[in-house]
Design a protein around this ligand. Structure first.
Ligand SMILES: [Zn+2]
Length: 91
């Protein structure tokens, strides 16, 4: 009998991204994101900022901390209001 193929864990876990703000150490309100794994319900954050980098960083953090077997986490749903400041560089 050929060996049964092992059931592979899903490669990507769908995750919910929450655009919020929270107070930093100095008590200032700052934009931040939280991400939640839809498979395990694990939540990480805050990661400061609402940029794509912030979301990616939060998803990477979730992959490190999450106990679901997925290889990585991908944004599946977005909640909250995303505020993107255009990066202004005056040179
Ligand atoms: Zn997960």
């Amino acid at each position: 009998m050929p060996p049964l193929r092992k059931k592979r864990p899903p490669k990507r876990a769908p995750s919910v991204v929450y655009f919020r703000h929270a107070k930093n150490e100095k008590g200032h309100k700052q934009l931040c994101v939280y991400v939640e794994c839809e498979l395990s319900g694990n939540l990480v954050g805050p990661v400061w900022g609402h940029s794509a980098q912030s979301v990616n960083k939060a998803l990477a953090m979730l992959t490190q901390e999450c106990d679901c077997p997925s290889k990585f986490h991908a944004a599946n749903e977005y909640h909250g209001k995303r505020i993107l400041h255009s990066a202004r560089r005056e040179e």
